[in-house]
Design a protein around this ligand. Structure first.
Ligand SMILES: [Zn+2]
Length: 293
């Protein structure tokens, strides 16, 4: 039997390695091979990128040193704004530098710079550009006497969190985990086909089935899994541990998705016999921890 892409059903596609939990959240071995190249890159661009590059994920990646595909570890505080709206860059050592900016009002220039030297340099460039001679020593002194100095600028940051994007990521993780555990034959199951369709519609048509997301995905208190995580932390000293847990509640299968860098979520699937009750998957990073029970 030929393999089909589990997202677009394409038969003769070039298959690629699809990370079920995004690589940039710390997963290098929990993956699938039957996602075509096109679907894989659309999932990356339209779903994964959001869950790996929002403030929660970046803080986790910064503290746990998780690189993205480029090898870079994010630093969410690299760029902020002062109260008066100027851009400030912050180094990893927490040293702020103001981004230089020149504004002109009639024939007066206003220079924003990180240091006196930088301000003088900018002033000289402006003069040169206007065909004027370089600054004399006294002119420099006049300029510096007009400097307004800010010693410890307060840096403001803004961030946004798009809840629906976290929910579609949870659906993608659960859908791919189900296929990982049951194989492609499970695509016949109505609820699995529905998840496939929700992902397909979003990545190819930009249509997000918000009703489905609201009905099936909820944010939960993930504390009940803390003991598992604590035990892993003791055994492995350090690392990242993602937990996916299947259980049956009333007439639904409930999948708990505890991915570091994301809010803990529960995905409800209206079927009871999809995957055995109490099935547990633990993905660890770095290293190759993959517990699949
Ligand atoms: Zn595909």
């Amino acid at each position: 039997m030929n393999d089909r892409c589990i997202i677009c059903n394409n038969l003769d596609a070039e298959f690629t390695l699809e990370h079920i939990i995004p690589f940039a959240l710390g997963n290098n071995n929990f993956s699938l091979r039957n996602v075509c190249k096109k679907c894989n890159s659309l999932i990356g661009e339209k779903i994964d990128v959001y869950s790996t590059n929002n403030i929660m994920a970046e803080l986790m990646r910064m503290t746990k040193k998780v690189p993205g595909h480029s090898g870079k570890i994010p630093f969410p505080f690299a760029k902020g704004k002062t109260e008066d709206g100027f851009t400030v860059k912050l180094s990893l050592e927490m040293k702020p530098t103001i981004e230089p900016k020149v504004s002109k009002n009639e024939n007066k220039y206003n220079i924003i710079a990180g240091s006196h030297d930088e301000a003088i340099n900018i002033a000289e460039k402006i003069l040169k550009r206007n065909g004027k001679p370089p600054l004399s020593k006294s002119a420099k002194e006049i300029i510096l006497s007009k400097v307004a100095h800010k010693e410890h600028p307060r840096i403001n940051y803004s961030f946004e969190l798009n809840i629906n994007m976290l929910k579609i990521e949870a659906i993608k993780i659960v859908f791919e985990t189900v296929v990982y555990k049951l194989g492609t034959s499970c695509l016949q199951e109505a609820v699995v086909e529905k998840m496939q369709n929700v992902i397909f519609k979003y990545i190819y048509e930009d249509v997000l089935d918000i009703e489905f997301l609201n009905e099936n995905v909820s944010f939960i208190d993930g504390a009940m899994f803390n003991s598992i995580r604590d035990a892993l932390q003791v055994t492995f000293k350090e690392g990242i541990f993602h937990i996916i847990h299947f259980t049956v509640r009333e007439n639904d299968t409930v999948v708990t998705v505890i991915v570091e860098g994301m809010l803990p979520m529960a995905v409800k699937l209206d079927t009871v016999d999809l995957i055995n009750n109490n099935s547990l998957i633990i993905v660890g990073y770095p290293g190759n921890l993959l517990i699949n029970e």
